[in-house]
Structures are given as structure tokens and as C-alpha cells.
Design a protein around this ligand. Sequence first.
Ligand code: ADP
Ligand code: MG
Length: 482
Amino acid sequence: MTSSKQYEAVIGLEVHAQLATNSKLFCSDATTYGASPNTQISPITMGHPGSLPKTNKKAVEFAIKMGLACGSSIVKENYFARKNYFYPDLPKGYQISQHTTPICAGGKVQIKIEGQKRFVQLNRIHLEEDAGKSIHDIDPTHTLIDLNRAGTPLIEIVTEPDLYSAEEAFAYVTEIRKLVQWLGICNGNMEEGSLRCDANVSVRLKGEKKLGTRVEVKNLNSIRNVKKAIEFEITRLIEILESGGTITQQTRSFDASNDTTFAIRDKEEANDYRYFPDPDLAPFVLSESYIDAIKTGLPILPAAVEEKLMTQFQLSAYDAAQLCESLATVHYFEATAQHTINFKSVANWMLGPIKSYLNEAGLDYNKLALQPTTLANLIRLIDEGQLNFSVAASKILPQITDGKKTDVLAIATELNVLQVNDADTLEKWVDAAIASMPDKVIEYQKGKKGLIGLFIGAVKKISQGQADPNKVGDMLMKKLNK
Ligand code: ADP
Ligand code: MG
């Protein structure tokens, strides 16, 4: 930008999270992903005349869970409204949503950018049903329609215009994804569309209080695309203003093939949708005790767990945050920490070699067969000097990840990788190493102390990696310094 003017971007995000219920929001049709097209569509999903919808309690509970986790206030008197529009994948000709009574009002979500924490304000979280899917890339000349997804429960989590960069938006969606998975209310799978994001972007001169005209980029299906789309829009909008143009409120789509966006339509206004209360669905009222019961059942939230890991287990803020990636990870850590007091080592194993293994195998901590007790035993052998870490990671770990073998000492013995601590044996190896390099011994004694590494290396070779390097170092120094 060559202009002297300073612009600021303002972003508001709408995240749709598909709730992990077995059935749809208003009927018992299954919500299984990947089922044969148009097999999960009863007359209720199709909106046939005379069919009557009924609200799924689990979906209501899930929405409340999210609201409580975000500190929203739960709205007690709720009703559903019809949002009317025509679209091929909307069989009823309207979508059932919550128009004026979102089930959760306000709230906030903590994000972290380069170690700095900040709260992003939420506007609301409301319940609504999903539409079907139009498929454009199977038949060359026709669009195919799969209505299985129609009627699937969603929550839409809407922020205030309270994000100010693509990086913040990235951090926010990452946090939302973690939170819905943590609560067990959505699988967070963006590739399958279980979590989708619309990004509203505007720019204004720095210091200006009024919001600029926004554009909305629809249906971003990865966190990276959220960031890229916003980056593209910020630059595009500033360029329009710089060249003296005006921004029109628009709905746009992201083109992942070249990281740009294109206009799909000028924005419709709320009154274009002719909202009205759904006459087939009775309003529902939530009691205080019902909400309290859900609150009591909430798992401990990530921020509280991070604190706990730091105070109770003396972990660094970094390790604590990494372990809070998922509830399963935390559970695994806590289970292992019951069998060892070397908590730091548990964190190192979990965030290092075990994590690499899980990534490669496409698994996560709730699918790890390695028993926490086995990991604790492995750590104990290392702490006792019987095994060294790199041998344990490269040779023992691959043998125990499937959970079948649990006796790490037996495995280490069989592989002949136990470290030797016995002084006589160590001395034999140390003497052999010294004897093999008489000229280096002279150089060392003349002051080239850095050569110690060479001797340690020689002992390592002679002992085939079995000598305890700490003891070897001490012994070598004593002998060479004589
Ligand atoms: P709609 O439902 O029509 O998309 P909303 O008023 O509910 O509109 O707002 C949707 C999202 O757009 C919210 O996250 C809100 O914070 C954000 N938003 C509204 N105005 C702006 C703006 N001028 N710049 C950036 N974001 C905005
Ligand atoms: Mg919107």
C-alpha cells in the first residue's frame, strides 16, 4: 500500500457447528455422514403437508452447553421461526431457525495470539436446521441434490464485530473448534462440513468509530481458508477505497484454487426472508433447574485445566496449553501422572514421540492403545539410568504403541538396549576407548578439553550404545585428568 492513510479491518464471524446428535432437529431421521444420498429423508424433513416437526431435546441441551461454556446468558423463552427462501437444496422452501430469541445471548471466547490472551465478544448462539447439499461436480451437465443433511441440527455462533485481523479470526475458529470437540457437541470436522464459517469483513480508517460496509464470505471449510479469505478481502476492500470507489454490501464465495473471492449476490436484508414463528412448533421454555443440571454436567473447561496443569503438575504454560489440545489428551496425561512423579517427562513424551506416532497413524489420544502405566514404567527406567531417552523413543516405543506388550524391561532386555551401569564393565570400555587414541589423549591433556566428546563417542561405539553416558563422562574425565 503506498497510501499514507491507515486502515483497520473489522471482522465478525458466524460459525455453524453441526451438533453430534443421532437424529435431526425436528424428526428422528438419522444424521449419519456419508450415507447413500436421499436415504435419510422422512416426510418431515421434506416438509410434506400434514407432517409435524418435534424439537430434539439433545440439540437444545448441546446448544445450552456451548452457551454455558462461553458465559452466555441462556434465554428461557424460545421459539422457532421460519426463514423463507427458495433454493433447490431447501425442500421445505424455508429453514427453521431462531430469529429473535437465540437460545444463548452474549458471551465471550478467549483467544491467544503470540502468548497474549484476549476475549472475543459473542453476539449470540442460536439453533437452526441445516439445508441439503447441491452437488455440482459429479454430473457434467446437471446439479445433483442430496437432501440427507436437510434438517440436521446446527448451532450458529455469531461474534460481535470484534476481530481485527485474519490471524485473530484464525485463532478464534481454532478455539471454537477445540471447544465444541471438548464439549462433545460437534466433531469439528471441517472437511465433512461439520464446522463451517462465514466471515464478515469491513475496513475503516484507523480511529473511525463507525463500521465500514461489510462483505460476507460464505461457507469457508477450513481454518486456513478463513484466514486466506479475510486477508484477500481486507486488501481488496482497501484497494477499492484507495481508488475512490465505494463498497457495496455483498455475499461472496472463496475460490480455494487461487485464494481469491468472487461475488455471488448482493446482500439480502432480513425482511426479505419474511420471518414468522413456526406455527407447527410450540415455543419451549427452559427451567432454571434444567439449565443448572446441564451446568453441573459440563466438563472442566480448557482454561481451567491449563491452570491446573501448571499449579498441580508444575508444567510450563506452553506444555499446559499444548496438552489442552483435547480433553482426551488431558485425561491421558492425568492418568499417566498417577503412576510417576516425573510430570515434565510425561508431557515431553506426549507432546514429542507419542504425538508424532499418533499423527502418523492418523489417531488421537482417545484411540491410543499404549497404557498410561506402560508409559510411566518406561519413564521410570529412563530416570533410573537403565535406558536412554533416544533409544526408548526409537526402539521401545514402536513396540508398545499397540498396547499388546507392556513389560518395557523385558523388551529392553530382549533388544539388548539396557544401559550398563556396572563400574567394571564401564571401566573396560573407557580404557579401550582411551587406548585406541593415544595422540588424542596427549592433545586433551595439553588443554583441548573439547575432545571429551570424542572419547564419549568412542565408548558409545565400543559399548554399542549400552554405556550410561553420564557415568562414562565422569569416568573418562577422572582418568584423562590424571
Ligand atoms: P446477518 O445475519 O445478516 O449475516 P448479522 O447482523 O447477524 O447479519 O451479522 C452477522 C455477522 O456480521 C456478525 O458476526 C457481525 O458481528 C458481523 N458484522 C456486522 N456488521 C459488520 C461490519 N460492518 N463489519 C464486520 N463485521 C460485521
Ligand atoms: Mg450472515
